[in-house]
Write a protein that binds this ligand. Structure first.
Ligand SMILES: Cc1cc2nc3c(=O)[nH]c(=O)nc-3n(C[C@H](O)[C@H](O)[C@H](O)COP(=O)(O)O)c2cc1C
Length: 319
């Protein structure tokens, strides 16, 4: 079982990727998306979204980072993918799942799922632009309005040369509303020869077990679950390595104490100096709001800092 850390725009930046992968358990992670229109970006743009490029495309703990591109212009995507790889990206991930209205209006993200052949053309164009040894992965939802074309889309993505496919088991119309329809991925995971990675609503050991069983997938991707329980990947691995049939209630896994989480919050806040002062605390606040689900202590802390602006004020209230 491999566990991937999901791309989350506005949250899983370089600093949080470093913190979360540093805890262990992740096979790879993905950058926030870089939106490609019709031109090749200058190098500094790639370095901004993926500072790991300067360290061989891996986080400090050695976890590979794939650079995610979003767009619909096959030529521009290919050019940018090739440049990202020249600069050191470990792989390219293509975003066909973003539900944002502005992105969709310009024909990007999940809007592309309305045309599986366009999706396949993009994958093929990027595949051909980089060396065969460089992974090119795709991330999709079940569909735009419904999931009726997911198998067709996935099969075309495979034929176009993708190395792996991650499926967020919801449509664009479902947004982020639970549940995730893991069972709708089953037919796809059976039909494809490339690995299919299940994603969506995996918050616990129990969820991961069900998600893998219902979807038929071996590997999984954690998004918000990894934010609410930072060491979730390690926990899943510990349980998985003990083998099926083992009793969860006697798990020897020691969850991360709240104090250790506070240390990581401090680390994230201290790294905020590369943001304009007005926004410096935003990512810390965002992470804390997800931590509320995993740690009761986070609610009180979040309420204390939510209206504070400067890093100093937030730090004083936090610690
Ligand atoms: C705040 C936020 C930002 C996201 N940004 C991206 C993104 O940049 N690229 C992408 O492919 N998916 C993005 N997603 C979707 C996640 O990668 C993931 O597919 C989704 O959250 C479902 O997984 P989860 O239930 O484990 O969170 C984002 C999700 C959230 C909540």
């Amino acid at each position: 079982m491999r566990i991937m850390l999901a791309p989350m725009e506005g949250v899983t930046d370089f600093h949080l990727r470093k913190i979360l992968t540093g805890l262990g358990g992740y096979h790879r992670c993905v950058t926030e998306f870089l939106r490609v229109t019709d031109h090749l970006y200058p190098d500094r743009v790639f370095h901004k979204i993926c500072p790991e490029l300067k360290a061989g495309g891996v986080t400090d703990s050695g976890t590979p980072v794939y650079l995610q591109l979003l767009g619909s212009d096959t030529i521009a995507l290919a050019l940018n993918a090739a440049r990202a790889v020249e600069l050191g990206a470990s792989g390219i991930d293509l975003n066909f799942g973003c539900p944002a209205k502005t992105v969709n209006r310009h024909g990007g993200g999940s809007a592309l799922l309305r045309s599986p052949t366009t999706v396949a053309n993009i994958v093929q164009s990027v595949r051909e632009a980089v060396e065969p040894s460089v992974p090119v992965t795709a991330k999709i939802r079940l569909g735009f309005d419904d999931g009726s074309r997911v198998l067709e889309t996935a099969s075309l993505i495979e034929q176009a040369g993708a190395t792996e496919l991650c499926i967020h088991a919801r449509t664009r119309a479902d947004g982020y509303r639970p549940p995730a329809y893991w069972e709708q991925v089953y037919e796809v995971s059976r039909a494809l020869s490339i690995p299919v990675i299940i994603n969506g609503e995996i918050w616990s050991v129990q969820d991961s077990r069900l998600a893998r069983k219902d979807s038929g997938c071996v590997d999984l991707m954690l998004g918000r679950g990894a934010l609410s329980v930072p060491d979730l990947a390690l926990h899943l691995k510990a349980v998985h390595d003990r083998g099926t049939g083992a009793d969860d209630s006697v798990s020897t896994y020691q969850p991360l104490a709240w104090n250790a989480v506070v240390d990581m919050l401090r680390q994230l806040l201290e790294s905020a100096s590369d943001f304009p002062p007005k926004y410096a605390g935003n990512r810390t606040k965002q992470w804390l709001s997800y931590l509320k689900r995993g740690y009761p202590e986070a609610t009180d802390v979040f309420d204390r800092i939510k209206r504070l602006r400067t890093v100093d004020d937030i730090a004083a209230a936090l610690f």
